[in-house]
Ligand binder design. Structure first.
Ligand SMILES: Cc1ncc(COP(=O)(O)O)c(C=O)c1O
Length: 435
């Protein structure tokens, strides 16, 4: 949990009365502080432009967040044509010089290829056939290549970002072939990229970064046009109260050393890039829901009885616990909460899905949480909901997506309203297709 997050600051009940529950609340001060921290970590050192940070906007692509990234001086990593479009609308520059927006994906879908071609966006090719697709679409310009270096995984094993079982990037032995295809198409390969993720242990992140630098050190000899190396995202965020916080000053040292090592062995300046998503946004947000009921099951031959605290937020709002068994710290907000005894409970949402429980472990089993005995009418806060929260939320069971509120030193702004039935139905048509 972000040490700057202090629930007593926010008029949660007043906001809930005004716009209903659930809602996301974003603290603009924390957002700006974390964006600035990332920017400082990758601030150019000396005369050469050696370091850059992109914001991986998939983590949270709200305009309010993109503005904070742009104001901090970060560039963008986008994964769809529409993400590129949102970045352009938020004022990030198009073009290759410099490549402020990079498109990183293993597939061109919908408008992605056309957007890359039209706005001169640097494509970061994650599958060999993408070079042919670019050529057929008339793309002219440089490319980056995303490498699968054969190792790495995210904060949980299920998040498989590198190795034989990962779908991401181009297997390292096939890079030469893709390079040859790029040459034939007239595309200089200006950047080499990998994203291997956080790793389950904090120490693993640095190890992974160092291993990546070695991989790129060997590869760079084959890429005379490459001027930058991108180590991806994955800067760890401390979701648990007792988790160690990652020290970004050490990471800056690692980046500077890596840039020097790579530049020396390549015999030319090699800039180093990172593209964190989660780190600048995870801790600035909470998801606030209301307890609607508390109910019990009883022990029988199938297992022990459980207490369920029913809330109006579900995995349609925050899917990480259901998808990965991810941990989010939970607080109960009520005037007399300090005086209450604690008990172990399961916090569950409104969806007709057994997985709609926020208190689960990595094996998707219930993991009751010790909380001040929740009562109907209390507010329940899921912390660290800023990354892959609203961005992965959905209209499942035709519920409208929850509103997003920005809190900026006392000023409360609605940055997206609760979706209505009309919003949910907006794309429905009865158009007859002549096929
Ligand atoms: C290519 C790429 N870059 C950056 C990120 C951001 O990772 P994180 O949010 O862990 O920093 C991701 C996450 O999926 C990614 O796939």
């Amino acid at each position: 949990m972000d040490p700057l997050m202090d629930l007593s600051r926010y008029p949660l009940e007043a906001i809930a009365q005004r716009i209903g529950t659930p809602f996301f609340l974003y603290d603009a001060g924390i957002l700006r502080a974390r964006m600035a921290e990332v920017a400082r970590t990758a601030a150019p050192d000396g005369t050469r432009d050696r370091l850059h940070a992109r914001y991986a906007m998939k983590a949270n692509s709200n305009r309010f967040v993109l503005d904070a990234a742009r104001e901090a001086g970060l560039w963008i990593d986008a994964v769809s044509g529409n993400e590129v479009g949102r970045a352009l609308r938020a004022g990030f520059a198009s073009g290759h010089e410099p490549p402020v927006i990079m498109y990183t994906a293993d597939v061109f879908r919908d408008n992605a290829l056309a957007t890359v071609v039209e706005h001169d966006i640097l494509p970061n090719v994650g599958s060999p056939g993408m070079v042919r697709e670019l050529h057929e679409a008339g793309y002219a310009g440089p490319i980056a290549i995303r490498v699968n270096p054969g190792f790495g995984h995210g904060h949980v094993q299920a998040c498989d970002t590198g190795g034989p079982s990962s779908k991401h990037g181009i297997w390292i032995d096939d890079i030469a072939e893709v390079h040859a295809a790029a040459k034939q198409a007239g595309y200089p390969v200006v950047a080499l990229h990998a994203h291997v993720g956080t790793g389950p242990q904090i120490a693993e992140f640095d190890q992974n970064m160092r291993r990546l630098v070695d991989v790129f050190d060997a590869l760079l000899q084959q890429f005379p046009d490459a001027t930058s190396v991108n180590l991806g995202g994955g800067i760890p965020h401390a979701y648990r109260l007792d988790a160690q916080r990652y020290d970004l000053r050490g990471f800056r040292t690692l980046m500077l050393e890596a840039s020097s090592t790579l530049s020396e062995s390549a015999g030319r300046p090699i800039a180093l890039e990172i593209e964190p998503g989660r780190y600048p946004v995870a801790g600035m947000a909470i998801l606030v829901g209301r307890v609607t009921d508390v109910k019990d099951t009883r022990s029988n031959e199938k297992g022990p009885g459980q207490r369920f605290v029913m809330v109006d937020a579900g995995f349609n709002d925050l899917i990480r616990p259901a998808m990965y068994g991810s941990y989010h710290h939970i607080s109960v907000v009520a005037p007399d909460v300090e005086a209450r005894a604690t008990e172990f409970v399961n916090v569950a949402g409104p969806l007709c899905e057994s997985g709609d429980v926020f208190t689960r472990d990595e094996d998707e089993l219930l993991l009751p949480r010790e909380l001040p005995s929740p009562q109907p009418g209390d507010l329940v806060v899921l912390h660290d909901a800023g990354a892959y929260g609203y961005a992965m939320s959905s209209n499942y069971v035709s519920m409208g997506r929850a509103p997003q509120i920005a809190w900026d030193d006392g000023a409360v702004t609605l940055v997206s309203r609760r979706e209505t039935l009309d919003d949910v139905l907006r794309a429905e048509t009865s158009e007859v297709l002549a096929v």
